[in-house]
Design a protein around this ligand. Structure first.
Ligand code: KG4
Ligand code: ZN
Length: 391
């Protein structure tokens, strides 16, 4: 673990160096240091049968690392959540998130290696999510991955966080799920993708304003429920009536495969206090909270399910993969299972630990490695959603 400790020193003593650009290209996976002769050439017999990838994830507010083999066997998975840190602000504070990643990334890597029963000597490649996400958060994971690649002469693999959320279904299912329709419902994104292969995704539509998870978080805050809002609203909704409030379902009848949740959020606000009226003091009446939570959740689920069905019709796919934190929602899972059953669609939704951010889903990097997609060390972060093929 010495190399990890050295990395720690580098990260802490150079907090402003995350944007440093390295120009040395990475060596391809098959030429990793483990299989090299003393003169640097590769002895084919020395190549290990099994390759191990260290995968890093720091796109938002979870610092995560996993060790996965090229056979997609998960040797370890560690997630350090920052929920407690952001709770009192009712949302993720980007500057706090990136600072917390700096503190946690080395212990999290250390723990992932320890749990996998390996050292850095046994790692053959490093993968890291470099898009989309919070810029400061992404930079911490990328800087750590680059440092490891430079120090150990390892190849660097880029992971698209959204594609990884869909790949969580592949990891959970233990079998190939492509081609499929992909629905990503997270704190930052709500999008439908035509997933032709694990590496070829076309954006079919997405939210034109708030993401579904963001709406859950903001409505929870209006209702005086704790962050993160999704689980709080789901909990409150259990005792509420989903038909108590007739809330709008924006874009439901539009042929577009897009979503809009901002108006729905405002509608909840106006059920608590009419336009022009001040918001009442918290806590709100318990029944009002439960009924609004249930009605809001039902409206979001209706929108997600309706557009997903329209996208299945449009694409003709018989396989649906759902990923992202909101995919942990019990009501959404129930409704999707119901409609998928009626239409004989194969539905894949990962277990809860693979819905919210984690590094195991970054095993999509194995597909990239197998396709020869290794990155140079001047790889950058791309915080925004790139609305084009492969986004
Ligand atoms: O995928 P994720 O962990 O992080 C992002 O990439 O954004 O998603 C986090 C989002 C948060 O907005 C959180 O409120 C939401 O997922 N979430 C849920 C549930 N669990 C987490 N939303 C609805 N119901 C849940 N049970
Ligand atoms: Zn995510």
């Amino acid at each position: 673990m010495l190399a990890v400790r050295k990395l720690s020193v580098a990260l802490f003593s150079n907090c402003d160096c995350f944007s440093l650009r390295f120009t040395t290209p990475c060596v391809p996976l098959a030429l990793g240091h483990n299989g090299r002769r003393p003169d640097g050439s590769v002895a084919p017999t020395a190549l290990r049968a099994m390759q191990r990838l260290l995968i890093l994830e720091s796109t938002c507010d979870e610092t995560a690392a996993a060790v996965v083999t090229d056979e997609l066997e998960v040797l370890s998975s560690v997630v350090a959540s920052q929920e407690k840190l952001h709770e009192r602000f009712g949302g993720v504070v980007p500057e706090l998130a990136s600072r917390a990643h700096v503190e946690r990334i080395v212990p999290v890597i250390d723990e992932a290696l320890r749990k996998a029963g390996i050292t850095l000597d046994d790692v053959d490649a490093v993968a890291v999510a470099n898009t989309p996400g919070l810029a400061g958060s992404l930079l911490v994971g990328l800087a750590a991955a680059k440092a490891l690649c430079v120090a150990r002469g390892l190849p660097l693999v880029a992971v698209n966080h959204l594609q990884a959320h869909i790949y969580a279904c592949r990891m959970a299912a233990g079998l190939d799920v492509f081609p499929c329709l992909g629905l990503i419902v997270s704190g930052g994104h709500t999008s439908l993708y035509r997933c032709r292969t694990a590496l070829e995704f076309d954006l079919l539509g997405g939210t034109i304003d708030d993401a579904a998870g963001e709406a859950f978080d903001k409505v929870a805050s209006l209702l005086g429920l704790p962050f993160p809002g999704g689980p709080s609203i789901e909990r409150a909704a259990k005792t509420g009536n989903p038909r108590a409030f007739d809330l709008p379902r924006p874009l439901m009848d539009s042929p577009r495969l897009d979503f809009s949740f901002s108006g729905l959020k405002t509608a909840v606000r106006y059920r608590i206090a009419r336009p022009g009226q001040a918001m009442p003091e918290l806590p709100l009446d318990e029944k009002l909270v439960a009924d609004l939570a249930a009605s809001f959740q039902e409206a979001v689920v209706d929108c997600l399910v309706r557009k997903t069905l329209a996208a299945l019709d449009q694409t003709g796919f018989r396989v649906l993969c759902v990923g992202g934190g909101v995919a942990a929602n019990g009501r959404l899972r129930e409704k999707l299972a119901e409609v998928a059953g009626q239409r004989e669609i194969a539905l894949h939704i990962p277990p809860l630990r693979l819905c919210t951010d984690n590094a195991v889903m970054g095993a999509i990097a194995v597909e990239r490695l197998k396709a020869g997609l290794v990155e140079p060390l001047d790889l950058d972060v791309y915080p925004g959603l790139v609305r084009q093929h492969g986004a």
